[in-house]
Write a new protein. Structure first.
Lengths: 676, 699
């Protein structure tokens, strides 16, 4: 075909030949890309399991796809979802993160210091932020289009983030950006399978094979926390060869309750043994081997440093009479617990600073398992172990103060936890030890926050704002245009036990059509974001070739600040009685009727017309009954008969009227009595 | 000329109507007052059946999950707490530890809340002001403190924006099965709720330390929950107290833990019943006659009656149940209802006489408790924060010592609470569908505001009419009387004559000012150390009379006899009195309707009838003598202390009445910041004084 065409025109022939070559090349590379990693696109799947101190188990799915930049590779992809690639290209997205979350991350029990919680603990509902690679004037337009596209893509009402009252542009605290970052949350968005299905569609194996086959919907949604996240990074080609292209990171974090706890429910402390679980008991399914096009497919079991420390203590106590010295390699079948599958790798975190107990990760490769021999990891506890997860340096909570429909106050309280005591010494600035805390808070416009009322208390003592607040950026809300944004960088003295901030606000009034459905529930204030930039949530592992191949572990090794989100707040606003419009319409109509009636009456009345008519009528004739009556009355009174005056016909008319009314009423009563 | 006269005669219909009303003011007032009283008596007949207005509540649609397993767990707790009571020393601190241990074993977050009981203190300017964190008395004894234990279940998949509160007052010092049983019910529900998956709102269980009353700990906790003091220098809640040797106790924090906005609150209590069945008492009245949403009462009633087979009762005036006249009134209404039914079988107005008596007793009690403005239980503290709350008091037929009986009771009580919590949990919005303004005539019958307002409106309606007609009469009277008399007097005098009403208004104003002073006096009297109520009461009365005399001497006397004419002056005074009373009643009806209703019932006849006694004596007709007698009787009865003693005598018998009782009663009113106190001091009492002044007018 190409030869035939080439006869017509040389130019065309060249083009078609090039196309042909490209086609051939693509066909070859598609067949080879599964095996060949240098082909550009790659996909890897991983699952991390972690027991929590409160008898729950964390399951963290991590899927990563990479594609080289489209300019070098045409418009076709083999593994990478086309929808995402198009989205990145069309909206010039540099970086983007979208999360759907149900439930709350319990920082006190599940920890808040490790990279897992810092990256995956998200506020309830939908959170979306994106950085665009466009001039600042265009960012808002691109954001709006992006929200609509995502809304369609994920079957969620992300398009509500289009309105300028819902998103903001943080500059100081959230992420270093140059005015092209937009951030928005929808706290009330419900998360369900209809959001998960499109998310799974982005995976090459969907949920038919590989680790994602574990996602049994009932067991996933039965959990205590459910967060699905999608993170995009794209970089210009040419800038850096290694990292160029689009990276798509999809994670699903669920916290589940092993079902054995329900049956073996005991309340006494003595038998407070952790529940034993296995993948099949948690999910009701097994892993039927890896997704065949995945580069790597691994399962990890993470024991955090609190647990490892506790185990070591137990080990040491036992070592007195049992000649069994602790070995990191032989840890998987010690006297405290038993792992059903022998791990392929054991990674131990290296803590250069403290040399304290460090966390341990067991790695299992799923590659050798298949449908006939599925992978099922189980953890069986032998003795009760009590530990606690490492927490963020300060535990943040936010609450409302005051009562009534008029005003109130938002308070953020930071309480120190144990982990802040062992502060690294590197934070001493100018001889003063300081702890840096960033607070980022968005407040909807109908909560009219008075930023000048910011009060700061450190260790229950009121402080001047300048002592504690290093930098503050406030953009007050504009009614129906933009939300109020407050970003603060705080420098708290080390060793302070608690800090509290309060901001007063007035509750605004909404127009009747601005109320959402179920307005009487109240209105949400999205979570505030508290970050601790002076702490890095990262794990150090001893250098290993394997680590570079594992996206989840290399992610853990990245330096990222410790983040935590506060609670969503519910503010009851004054809500109108929505049946009121009916009443208003009724009363307005009455008022109008009265007004126009009297106006017309005044306009069409001619002065003294009525009197003249009445007089003429009286002069002409009075009804014979009335004449009779007046004569009768005159006789009775013994007075001469009065001249018929204007008042007489009036009373006569009313008399007739009364007669008529009586007649109708009696008919009605008899009707009612006999037939009603 | 004739034409203009005719046009002058013909006025606008509305003006004619007003003139007609004014000219027949006596008839109007008699008809309206009678109709008002009749309307009030008719209310039990007009009561409607309650219905669940909010569809989302769906009470009883899910089968109860509470089983014997939870009950046996609860029994364990009860047993442990009862064993503790055998050695009362240290029972208080240890009981908190035990409750906290049980809570945290369930996986709930636990904290202790330490509070100082606030002594009731009179703050003259704190009426209507919201709860304030700064109201900490300096002189309150620091050694007195109570410890609340709070457990919070976080809803598994909820976002923690809303919470349901469960309160069990518990007095560890007193101990006893009665105290621990309510804990048992709450614990069985709590242990169930830690495991259920349907929970959408957080559950807060507050074990309120009721050593210093049941209301104080709940109010203190709510205050700290909503308006914490960050710069608390004495740092009440941070100091750790390690009294118990249990090392678990030291782990429990004293910082307050929070959940979201409260959706509803249930206060549980157990009483020794001496009735034939297991009953459930519902107490709903909060401060100043505020009521929780009727839907909350409805779901409790529905679940208790139709699911758990408990008999529900609300408070009644038992003395009304046996009174003859109510019974005969009920019979009259019954026969009337029957007659109406023969006319049209669709009109269901008739209720049986027994029902009427029950309804009237309940209605009277409902009206009284709302009017009093004092909350009937710890639930009142929640209403100050716009949280709907009720107190549920279980009472059992036999003693709790029998274990099977107790288990049965725990199961039923627990299932009821579970059902109510599940209903509230279903609720997406806050309670707003049903009524907030209502009177109960039985647990399942209510009178809504639209109905009971009519009786009040009828009672109050004659006030402006009479005031206007009196004023119009004095206007008609004056020119004729003055034409011959003061034809020569200067212009200034005539102008002053036409402004004569200012004088009576001034009197009214002075008396009202005196009323305000009288309401402030108890604050100073209560500062007197070591005084008993009787002396306080007499001092109050003496000071009041003294201040009235002083005010009269200073303000009223010099001007009153210069321009004021003796005849007709009482009429303007009465007119001004009635207008001011009308305004006062109108304002009060907005603040606390029931107070205004009862106040109108007492004072309106007096205000309308007041007539100088001298004129009546001079009149010597039957009518004037009757009026004189009525005035005298009403004048005695409507004096607030007299009203109180008469009322108390009717209820409790006249034997044990002490003059100090009134003082105690008033003290309780201002301690609870009841607006009724202000009404009595600033509307009722001045009106009474002015009426007495009219009666004694020297004309």
């Amino acid at each position: 075909m190409a030869i035939l065409l080439s006869r017509r025109s040389n130019l065309l022939a060249v083009v078609v030949l090039v196309l042909c070559q490209l086609f051939l090349y693509a066909a070859v590379s598609s067949s080879g890309s599964v095996l060949k990693q240098g082909g550009g696109e790659e996909f890897s799947e991983e699952l991390l399991l972690k027991p929590f101190p409160d008898r729950k188990v964390l399951a963290h799915f991590h899927f990563q796809s990479r594609a080289p930049h489209s300019s070098s590779h045409g418009r076709h992809h083999h593994l990478f979802p086309k929808a995402i690639a198009q989205l990145v290209k069309k909206f010039r997205v540099k970086e983007m993160e979208l999360s759907f979350t149900q439930g709350r991350w319990r920082y006190e029990q599940w920890g808040g210091f490790d990279p897992l919680s810092s990256n995956n603990a998200k506020p309830p509902g939908v959170e979306l932020w994106a950085v665009f690679d466009v001039p600042q004037s265009l960012v808002d337009v691109y954001w709006r289009n992006l929200t609509h596209t995502l809304s369609g893509l994920f079957c969620a009402s992300i398009n509500f983030l289009e309105s300028s009252t819902t998103y903001s542009a943080p500059e100081l605290t959230f992420k270093p950006s140059f005015g092209n970052l937009r951030y928005g949350t929808l706290p009330r968005e419900a998360v369900c399978t209809e959001n998960l299905t499109p998310w799974l569609k982005l995976l090459p194996c969907r949920d038919k094979a590989g680790l994602s086959a574990l996602m049994d919907r009932p067991s996933i949604y039965r959990g205590f926390y459910h967060s699905q996240r999608l993170r995009l990074t794209s970089s210009e080609s040419g800038s850096d060869e290694v990292d160029s292209g689009i990276g798509l990171e999809q994670t699903l974090t669920v916290v589940l309750q092993p079902s054995s706890w329900r049956t073996g429910k005991t309340y006494s402390v003595e038998t407070n043994i952790q529940p034993s679980w296995s993948i099949s008991s948690i999910f009701g399914r097994n892993i039927p081997g890896k997704c065949v096009i995945a580069k790597s497919s691994n399962v990890y079991l993470h024991l955090d440093n609190g647990l490892v420390g506790e185990l070591k203590n137990l080990e040491r106590e036992n070592a007195k009479y049992v000649a069994n010295t602790f070995e990191s390699e032989g840890f998987q079948s010690n006297h405290a617990f038993k792992i059903s599958v022998t791990p392929d790798k054991v990674f131990e975190e290296v803590d250069y600073l403290h040399g304290k107990s460090t966390s341990v990760i067991y790695g299992f490769s799923v590659e050798k398992y298949s449908d006939s021999q599925p992978f099922d990891l189980g953890l069986t506890w032998k003795i009760p172990v009590v530990w606690s997860c490492q927490q963020a340096p300060l535990h943040a909570s936010r609450f409302l103060m005051g009562s009534g429909n008029e005003r109130g106050a938002i308070a953020i309280s930071l309480e120190s936890t144990e982990s802040s005591e062992g502060l690294p010494t590197s934070h001493i600035i100018d001889g003063r030890c300081e702890l840096r805390v960033d607070i980022f808070q968005v407040v909807p416009w109908y909560i009219k926050v008075y930023f000048h009322t910011l009060q700061v208390f450190v260790d229950k003592q009121p402080r001047a704002m300048a002592d504690v607040v290093d930098k503050i950026r406030v953009s007050p809300s504009k009614d129906k245009v933009s939300p109020g944004v407050m970003e603060m960088i705080l420098k708290l003295p080390c060793g302070s036990k608690s800090a509290a901030f309060s901001l007063e606000f007035d509750k605004g009034f909404l127009h009747i059509d601005e109320y959402p459905p179920d307005a009487n529930q109240g209105f949400d204030i999205p979570s505030a974001l508290i970050s601790f930039p002076s702490f890095n949530a990262r794990m150090n592992f001893s250098e290993d070739e394997f680590l570079n191949n594992s996206p989840i572990l290399s992610k853990f090794q990245e330096t990222s600040p410790v983040l935590s989100y506060t609670e969503v707040l519910l503010i009851p606003l004054t809500t109108p009685d929505f049946s009121m419009p009916y009443n208003v319409i009724t009363i307005t109509c009455t008022v109008f009727a009265l007004y126009f009636g009297s106006l017309l009456n005044v306009l069409r009345r001619r002065v003294d017309e009525e009197e003249r008519i009445l007089r003429s009528r009286a002069g002409r004739k009075a009804g014979w009954i009335s004449q009779l009556l007046s004569r009768l009355s005159a006789k009775l009174r013994g007075r001469p008969q009065e001249q018929p005056t204007s008042s007489l016909p009036y009373s006569f008319i009313s008399f007739r009227l009364v007669l008529k009314i009586l007649l109708v009423a009696s008919i009605a009563v008899t009707w009612q009595y006999y037939f009603g | 000329m004739a034409e203009t006269e005719v046009s002058k005669k013909r006025k606008r219909p509305i003006v004619r109507l007003a003139v007609l009303l004014l000219s027949h003011s006596v008839l109007v007032s008699v008809i309206c007052c009678t109709a008002g009283v009749f309307g009030l008596l008719l209310l039990p007949v007009l009561a409607k059946n309650t219905y669940i207005s909010e569809n989302a509540l769906m009470p009883g649609s899910a089968s109860s999950m509470l089983s014997n397993q939870e009950v046996s767990e609860a029994n364990k707790l009860i047993k442990e707490l009862n064993n503790l009571h055998s050695n009362p020393l240290g029972a208080t601190t240890e009981s908190h530890g035990i409750v906290a241990k049980y809570m945290s074993n369930l996986g709930a977050q636990v904290n202790n809340h330490k509070f100082h009981p606030q002594l009731n203190q009179f703050h003259p300017l704190h009426f209507f002001s919201g709860p304030d964190s700064g109201v900490m008395q300096e002189n309150s004894t620091r050694s007195l403190y109570g410890i609340n234990t709070v457990g919070i279940i976080r809803a598994p998949r909820g976002d923690g924006k809303e919470a349901i509160v469960l309160v069990t007052p518990y007095n560890a010092v007193k101990g006893g099965v009665r105290e621990t049983l309510s804990l048992g019910i709450a614990y069985s529900v709590f242990s169930l709720l830690t495991r259920v998956t349907w929970l959408a709102k957080d559950i807060i269980w507050l074990v309120a330390d009721s050593q210093y009353g049941e209301y104080a700990p709940v109010a203190a906790w709510l205050r700290d929950y909503h308006t914490p003091a960050f710069s608390n220098l004495d740092s009440l809640n941070t100091e750790t107290c390690h009294v118990g040797n249990n090392n678990f106790e030291s782990k429990i924090s004293y910082g307050i833990r929070r959940s979201g906005t409260m959706a509803a609150a249930l206060v549980l209590g157990v009483a020794y019943g001496n009735e034939n069945e297991d009953t459930l008492g519902i107490y709903a009245e909060a401060s100043n006659g505020q009521m929780p949403n009727l839907d909350l009462i409805n779901i409790v009633h529905y679940l208790a009656v139709h699911r758990q087979g408990l008999r529900v009762k609300v408070e009644q005036f038992h003395w009304l149940l046996n009174s003859k006249w109510v019974k005969s009134l009920g019979e009259v209404f019954e026969s009337l209802g029957k007659m109406v039914k023969t006319l049209n079988p669709d009109w269901k107005l008739g209720i049986s006489a027994a029902d009427y008596v029950e309804g009237a007793a309940t209605l009277a009690s409902s009206l009284y408790h709302q009017a009093l403005g004092v909350p009937t239980g710890p639930h009142g503290a929640f209403r100050d924060y716009q949280v709907d709350a009720i107190t549920l008091e279980f009472s059992l037929r036999i003693s709790f010592d029998r274990l099977d009986r107790r288990n049965d009771f725990l199961l039923h009580g627990g299932r009821l609470i579970e059902g109510v919590i599940r209903s509230v949990n279903n609720l997406l919005e806050k309670f707003h569908q049903s009524f907030f303004l209502y009177l109960l005539t039985s647990p399942s019958k209510f009178v809504s505001v639209g109905v009971y307002m009519i009786a009040f409106a009828l009672l109050v309606a004659p006030l402006p009419v009479v005031a206007a007609s009196l004023y119009a009469k004095t206007l008609d009277l004056n020119p004729t009387s003055e034409k011959d008399k003061s034809a020569t007097s200067n212009e200034l005098g005539s102008v002053l004559q036409s402004w004569k009403w200012l004088n009576s208004v001034k009197t009214v104003f002075v008396v009202h000012f005196w009323g305000a002073t009288v309401s402030l006096l108890p604050y100073f009297i209560s500062q007197i150390p070591d005084s008993d109520p009787t002396t306080n009461f007499s001092v109050w009365i003496l000071l009041s009379i003294l201040s009235l005399e002083i005010l009269r001497w200073i303000l009223v006397s010099p001007s009153s006899h210069i321009y004021g004419l003796p005849q007709g002056e009482w009429a303007t005074l009465k007119s001004a009195t009635i207008s001011s009373f009308f305004i006062g009643l109108g304002l009060m009806s907005v603040i606390n309707f029931a107070t205004a209703e009862i106040g109108a019932l007492l004072m309106v006849p007096m205000a309308l009838m007041a007539h100088p006694l001298k004129l009546d004596v001079r009149g010597q007709s039957l009518r004037s003598i009757l009026r004189m007698i009525c005035n005298l009787v009403l004048g005695v009865i409507t004096f607030p202390p007299a009203t109180f003693f008469v009322f108390k005598g009717v209820i409790e018998g006249f034997s044990g009445i002490n003059a100090g009782d009134f003082w105690n009663w008033v003290e309780s009113l201002w301690a609870w910041n009841s607006a009724t106190y202000l009404y009595i001091g600033m509307v009722h009492l001045p009106c009474w004084v002015l009426c007495v002044q009219i009666l004694l007018h020297p004309c």
